[in-house]
Design a binder for this molecule. Sequence first.
Ligand SMILES: C[S@@+](CC[C@H](N)C(=O)[O-])C[C@H]1O[C@@H](n2cnc3c(N)ncnc32)[C@H](O)[C@@H]1O
Length: 219
Amino acid sequence: MEAFVEQRNFGQAAFTKPGLALYDALVLGMTCRYIWRCPNARVLEAYRRHLSGNHLEVGVGTGYFLDHVNFPVAQPRLALLDLNANCLERTAKRVARYAPTVHQANVLEPIALGAPRFDSIGLNYVLHCVPGSFPDKGKVLLHLKQLLNPGGVMFGATVLASGVPHTWASSTALRYFNAHQTLNNAEDDYAQFADTLRQHLQDVTIDVVGCVALFSGRA
Ligand SMILES: C[S@@+](CC[C@H](N)C(=O)[O-])C[C@H]1O[C@@H](n2cnc3c(N)ncnc32)[C@H](O)[C@@H]1O
């Protein structure tokens, strides 16, 4: 761990060790599939399309998607970045076969890794956790794009509150999770999100699946 970062709630405090043990089944298996209506297969498809052999994964959670996708090269360079030490520890163990480097950092602040840049950055289900709304959350993209090689791709997914189709179940869940600050996306709107992406990245693509926006863009 290269730098100690004070563990304040920047959208990561909910990720305790017991919580992470249930994350794949409850969050990815149930909530994402049935409440947000975006099956993991759709996210994996995006990883297959964009993942490079020189990859930085940001907001690693349990490392589920990294563990379930094949890298385009046998020995990728893989770096993991998260504010939460539990997530870093669990994911680093899970993908130990790639000998990842581990970086504890807050995406809401400028990030200096002191390492070469990357060809791809994964930012999956992170933007809906961090406090604020668009365009302010664009600072996350601003900080991370400094870590991308020219032409490199940033991709990920985020649950939006408006401008995407919601059901009674997804609206109720969104209100509940925001009230408990597990999510911070009550103000996240599709049009503002899309504008913010285009402000920071080029060749932006956005696919809406359920109430999730799957996005990509280049530095
Ligand atoms: C909902 S999880 C997503 C995990 C994984 N990417 C996935 O798709 O399953 C959000 C992740 O972002 C991290 N995170 C939240 N706020 C952060 C911040 N301000 N800086 C760095 N990481 C943060 C959390 O610790 C957690 O690992």
